[in-house]
Write a protein that binds this ligand. Structure first.
Ligand code: NAP
Ligand code: GCO
Length: 267
């Protein structure tokens, strides 16, 4: 018996939100490699076009939609289009996200609310939109892209940590409420990954030296490196596949061991 069939996504429709590039793109590429049909969205047509070109370059026939995941009406309309044009969403990856790095007492309430809106309200909106069809179809997979900030705080990321902490509990609640319909909802908690979102933390200093935060993360990570978006592909395929049908409500941290490690003594 070919045991690897348990990891196949053949015949499945996977929607990865905000996946024109970055972690979402890498997860979609891995899922396509496991046989899934890829659907993605972004907030502007030019970004969808850029994403489509990137998928085509990888030989992936993706389906792209312009959709702001914070807009419930737009999300519901997009789900209807996906179901008509591609098929019922079998796998949802709530990947779209933003961060604003501002000291809390200097942060405007509207900025705090915007981060919560994209990083927490949107996964609620999109999950709510796809679950009914998953229930009718006999099951589905939801993967929420959480964060180390689902567990830890740090300076300047109060809104992001509040959102990602909430996303961990939304993950557990969806798992609790819809597990009986053969829907598994889990999270992936990436460590520090080299994408546009973390580019400011890795910028070279004026004297050409590495950013202090870059040095900090590398010293705190046993792997001794930042993660690559591609490091998340395998864990995502696992959580999207039949191999994880009895895994539910878990957050799978893909962090190179940073949460297990006290950190390297500064030289
Ligand atoms: P990224 O490079 O900033 O990409 C985020 C994606 O989400 C972009 O395509 C962005 O589109 C899209 N997006 C933002 N707001 C949206 C909205 N309202 N509607 C639809 N799409 C929207 O981020 P990333 O590093 O790939 O991170 C992806 C996810 O992983 C995020 O949830 C992030 O919090 C999480 N994460 C990242 C790291 C890391 O170290 N990089 C670690 C842990 C967790 P635009 O181009 O239009 O902005
Ligand atoms: C930050 C980083 C982190 C990463 C990630 C870690 O400013 O601390 O952006 O939040 O994005 O979430 O898991």
């Amino acid at each position: 018996m070919d045991y690897m069939k348990n990891y196949s996504l053949e015949g499945k429709v996977a929607w990865v939100t905000g996946a024109s590039y970055g972690i979402g793109f890498a997860i979609a590429k891995a899922m396509a490699g496991a046989g899934a049909t890829i659907v993605f969205n972004d907030i502007r047509q030019d970004l969808v076009d850029k994403g489509m070109a990137a998928y085509t370059e990888e030989g992936i026939q993706a389906h792209g939609y312009v959709c702001d995941v914070t807009d419930e009406e737009a999300v519901n309309a997009t789900v209807a289009m996906i179901e008509k044009e591609v098929g019922v969403v079998d796998i949802l990856v709530n990947n779209a996200g933003i961060i604003k790095r501002i000291p809390m007492i200097e942060m405007a309430a509207k900025d705090f609310r915007q981060v919560i809106d994209v990083d927490l309200n949107a996964p609620f909106i999109v999950s709510k939109a796809v679950i009914p069809a998953m229930m009718k179809k006999g099951g589905g997979k939801i993967i929420n892209i959480c964060s180390m900030m689902s567990e830890f705080g740090r300076e300047t990321v109060s809104a992001y940590a509040a959102a990602k902490g909430g996303l961990k509990m939304l993950t557990r609640n969806i798992a609790s409420e819809y597990g009986e319909y053969n829907i598994q909802c889990n999270g992936i908690g990436p460590g520090y990954i080299a994408t546009p979102q973390t580019a400011p933390l890795r910028e070279k200093q004026a004297d050409g030296s590495r950013h202090p935060f870059d040095q900090f993360i590398v010293s705190k990570t046993p792997a001794g490196r930042w993660g690559e978006a591609s490091d998340l592909g395998g864990p995502a395929v696992f959580l999207a596949s039949a191999a994880s049908d009895f895994v539910n409500g878990q957050i799978l941290y893909v962090d190179g061991g940073i949460q297990a490690y006290i950190g390297k003594q500064p030289s």
